[in-house]
Design a protein around this ligand. Sequence first.
Ligand SMILES: C[S@@+](CC[C@H](N)C(=O)[O-])C[C@H]1O[C@@H](n2cnc3c(N)ncnc32)[C@H](O)[C@@H]1O
Length: 232
Amino acid sequence: MTDGVESAPESRRRTLYGRSRGKTLRAGHRRLVAENLPKLEIEPEAFDAGTLFRVAPKACWLEIGFGAGEHLIEQAKANPHVGLVGCEPFLNGVAAALAGVEREGLANVRLRRGDAQTLVEAAPDGFFSRVFLLYPDPWPKRRHNKRRIVSDAMIDALARVVAPGGEIRFATDIDDYAGWTLGRFLDSPRFRWAAATAVDWRTPWPEWRPTRYEEKAHRAGRASVYLTFVRT
Ligand SMILES: C[S@@+](CC[C@H](N)C(=O)[O-])C[C@H]1O[C@@H](n2cnc3c(N)ncnc32)[C@H](O)[C@@H]1O
């Protein structure tokens, strides 16, 4: 443990692919992880919808794999009446999100350091009205495709926790992942693709702010696909 921070416990531990920590945390981020994460972290084993936020929000949104949290923090700032839940296994990203929460004085953010599937499986039925899945790790090699966060199991789990009429917002710069995701959601009778025209999937949502990975992808000349799936 180079950071002196233990890995997040998971009740039903699944194999978690990808990095869970990077460079040694600087002192300020270590303090945030030690002092603020315990106050903000959701324990899947004790997921209590009633006490998650100090003031009951009008809606709850989830961001899966928030990276360094820029999008999560912007959403929380722009939507003070919404409770934002963010899930990310990468410690350095969690620390960066904690810094954003403190800097902006946000009371409507709760975090989970760990696997999103475990958190989703612990959430109550219909708890979320919006879920962001932005630039998930592509795992482009065919033999690694099964590591993708979008899977039939995840779609089933999301179908339970997303309220009817709620939506999944998915973005990627990897065409193969876009096709993979579209195929899986179209196979689910509990979601419908909200595209009305052929250009919709190249057009971001109205209040969109590019994420760090989107900026990186566009700098490298890769275009994005934006898919919205509505819970039927
Ligand atoms: C390519 S990055 C994208 C980060 C951010 N959404 C963005 O667009 O800048 C994918 C993120 O998903 C996270 N991730 C990977 N597996 C995950 C899982 N099982 N549950 C939650 N997040 C996960 C990674 O740690 C990483 O931060």
